[in-house]
Design a binder for this molecule. Sequence first.
Ligand code: SAJ
Length: 406
Amino acid sequence: MINIIGLGYIGLPTALMFASHGVEVVGTDYNKELVATLNAGKTTFEEKGLDELFEEAVKCGIRFSSEYQKTDMYIVAVPTPYNKETKRIDPAYVIAAVKQVMTVCPKGATVVIESTVSPGTIDRYVRPVIEKNGFTIGEDINIVHAPERIIPGNMVYELLHNSRTIGADDKAIGEKVKELYASFCQGEIVVTDIRTAEMTKVVENTFRDINIAFANELVKICRSDNMDVYEIIRIANKHPRVNILSPGPGVGGHCISVDPWFLVGDYPTYSNLIKQARLINDSMPDFVLERIYNIMKEKGIKEVSKVGFYGLTYKENVDDVRESPTLQMLESMEKHLAHGVKVYDPFIKTDMVENQYHDLDAFLSDVELVVLLVAHDEIKENMDKLKGKVVLDTRNFCTLDGIYRL
Ligand code: SAJ
């Protein structure tokens, strides 16, 4: 039996996947309300294919509890927040979960950390917790790092098909954990050591951050000299070895905008490019605000209350707002005492910000300038409703004529 600790964006789908492939699973979360919701037969966030997977897992006997279980295999998938000031990881949840595991696990158990951690975290924080509890690593307890790679919006597919990394001190334990993941994972599973697995995960997200930053820098260069960045990227990408990503209002989510800071924090001397990329991506919300200001001037729109932000989540078709560019823009506006902008997102059903709408038509009828910040399918399917509005499309998906782009 596997006890999966933490039933959030990663832990829940992973638990469901194991269970629906015949592995006995108990999912544990300290949030009793969340456990009650799952036990009542409901999932806790929106994700393509998640409800179907949940049903299957329930049929196969998955259980949810707020108690840690006595078993020989644990997978820890708790959040690893980062400290916004120091840019360092806060391993408190991982430490707390491992401590709890130590109170129930038998000798010989394996503890797999799935949570993303900065390179060195397992050595610095996890091993000491295990040793302090009187266990000898490698003899009494095995420790493994198996970072996930799935992308919100396509998690279920990617869980099945992505390649994975397993980091272990002992090759045989790595192989055992690999076999477990192979119960559902059809991608290649590479076994390596723990430091390499930690570093690889952070490197992957840093690679993407740097590439997005390049696209964002290009948009600024082209805007400053009146060139069409999208046409330039489209043509450049026809080169067989060029693949420029898409500029946008900034990089949100809990991974790409966070992980590169771990490298900057730990290796300040060597991480100039990584840091610069972070700063470029973090400057995009203000770049969009400046664009809005110029468009308002050009169009004679005087009131901020005539401006509407479409999209609050960090990207399309997910309900996750962590580090979202829209929230960063709202925060920045607040600092400048610019109040009154209207906001709407079909995925955010609760009231999260001021002047938030829950109906697309009502939102559109109250604004003159619509800033498209997230390319949700909803707006793609209702493009006609934007006719007659001034539109700033920050994601280059709107097909109407005469609109503004970044
Ligand atoms: N974005 C752009 N331009 C692009 C691509 C993305 O501006 O061309 C923006 C998005 O709008 C979003 C942010 O970047 O705000 C990040 O979105 P994303 O879809 O690229 O990635 P995440 O954060 O949802 O998921 C990433 C993935 N990592 C990589 O692609 C290297 C995923 O595979 C990881 O599992 C996940 O981080 C994680 O948990 O680490």
